[in-house]
Design a protein around this ligand. Structure first.
Ligand code: 2PG
Length: 206
C-alpha cells in the first residue's frame, strides 16, 4: 500500500513581505501569498491530487488560509481537517516583530544566521529547530504518519520550520542537513511512502 503526504509551506504573509521575524505572530497572507496558494492548488490538480483523505494545518491564519485556498482549488473544501499548535512556526522569542536586516545590523550577520539556521541554538526566549522538532514530531508520529502508512492521502499546510522538522524525519536527515534547506512559499512537496515508512518518490510541484 502506498500513501501520499503533501507538505506545503504557507504563501507569502504580510510579515514575510515586510521582512519581519514572524514565529507565532499571526499576520494574514498578502495578495501574492493567496496567489501562491492558488498556484499550489493548481499544480496539485494538474498532477491529479484531488482526492485527499484528510488535511492538517497549524493554529496560525497564514497556514489555515493557504490550506483553504488549496482545498477550494482542488474541489475538496469539505475534507476532514485538524488544526493544531504543534504544527506552528518556531517561536522566534524576542526577535519576533523585528526586521531581519535591522537585526543583522544590531547583532551581526553571523549571529543572526546562527539564530535562523543553526539546528540547536535558540533565538533569545524562542525555539531552535531542535526544540521545534521536539513538539512537531510527536504530533506527526501520532496523527499524520499512521494515516500515511495506512495508505491514505494526506495534505499538510504549515510553516518553514515545522515542515523542516517533518522532512528531517521523513528523509532521515540530520538537523545540520535540513537547516539550510529553504522551502518556497505555496509550493507543494509530494511524497509517496510505503507501509514501512520508506519514501518511494519525492516531487516538488513548482
Ligand atoms: O520569520 C519567520 O517566522 C520564519 C519564516 O518566515 O523566518 P526564518 O526564515 O528566519 O525561519
Amino acid at each position: 500500500m502506498v500513501g501520499v503526504l503533501v507538505l506545503t509551506r504557507h504563501g507569502q504573509s504580510e510579515w514575510n513581505k515586510l521582512n519581519l521575524f514572524t514565529g507565532w505572530k499571526d499576520p494574514k497572507l498578502t495578495e501574492l501569498g493567496e496567489a501562491e496558494a492558488k498556484k499550489g492548488g493548481e499544480e496539485l490538480k494538474k498532477y491529479g491530487y484531488t482526492d485527499f483523505d484528510m488535511a492538517f494545518t497549524s493554529d496560525l491564519t497564514r497556514a489555515q488560509s493557504t490550506l483553504a485556498i488549496i482545498l477550494k482549488e482542488i474541489g475538496q473544501e469539505g475534507i476532514s481537517t485538524k488544526k493544531d499548535q504543534a504544527l506552528n512556526e518556531r517561536d522566534y522569542g524576542e526577535l519576533t516583530g523585528l526586521n531581519k536586516d535591522d537585526a543583522r545590523k544590531k547583532w551581526g550577520e553571523d549571529q543572526v544566521h546562527i539564530w535562523r539556521r543553526s539546528y540547536d541554538v535558540p533565538p533569545p526566549g524562542g525555539e531552535s529547530l531542535e526544540l521545534t522538532a521536539k513538539r512537531v514530531l510527536p504530533y506527526y508520529e501520532k496523527e499524520i504518519k499512521p494515516a500515511v502508512l495506512a495508505g491514505k492521502k494526506v495534505l499538510v499546510a504549515a510553516h518553514g520550520n515545522s515542515l523542516r522538522a517533518m522532512i528531517m524525519s521523513l528523509e532521515g536527515m540530520t538537523g545540520e542537513q535540513i537547516v539550510n534547506t529553504e522551502l518556497a512559499t505555496g509550493v507543494p512537496i509530494v511524497y509517496k511512502i510505503d507501509e514501512s515508512g520508506k519514501v518511494l518518490e519525492k516531487k516538488t510541484l513548482e
